[in-house]
Design a protein around this ligand. Structure first.
Ligand SMILES: [Zn+2]
Ligand SMILES: [Zn+2]
Length: 138
């Protein structure tokens, strides 16, 4: 049994959950419910607006339109790694929202021209071409 410092309720250990990347047996300090509501609140109040603003900044820095077809509706624009060596970057494109701010900051700080803006269509086409180019079986 353990008291959650946030809601001050005494609860079963199972309500806290094991801490990842810690020695076995360590529990999270706050209960599941409090952790979930904190994450959600953070997502809506801090993370989401920040990410949208940062993403917009990145798009503007990279020209504000698709590098191939000049499509300019930012809702369908994506940040692309020019040299296709961004396996690590591509992972952070995903919904793992913890790493995505880091990715956007990295793009914003980049001065080597490693990134460009592509629209969804051009990005998809580039991806298909890259995959068939790299794997001879396709
Ligand atoms: Zn709690
Ligand atoms: Zn395009």
């Amino acid at each position: 049994m353990k008291i959650c410092p946030k809601c001050l309720l005494l609860q079963e250990d199972s309500q806290f959950g094991q801490r990842r990347s810690r020695p076995l047996g360590q529990l999270n300090s706050r209960c599941r419910k409090c952790r979930a509501s904190h994450t959600l609140a953070y997502f809506h109040s801090t993370y989401k607006p920040r990410r949208i603003a940062l993403r917009y900044e990145v798009i503007l820095k990279l020209g504000g339109k698709c590098a191939h077809c000049s499509f300019a509706d930012e809702r369908a624009l994506e940040i692309d790694h020019v040299h296709n060596d961004g396996a690590e970057d591509r992972r952070s494109h995903s919904s793992a929202w913890g790493s995505s701010l880091t990715f956007l900051r990295k793009v914003l700080a980049d001065t080597t021209g490693a990134y460009q803006i592509l629209c969804s269509n051009c990005n998809r086409i580039k991806y298909c071409e890259t995959v068939s180019y790299k794997s001879e079986e396709v």
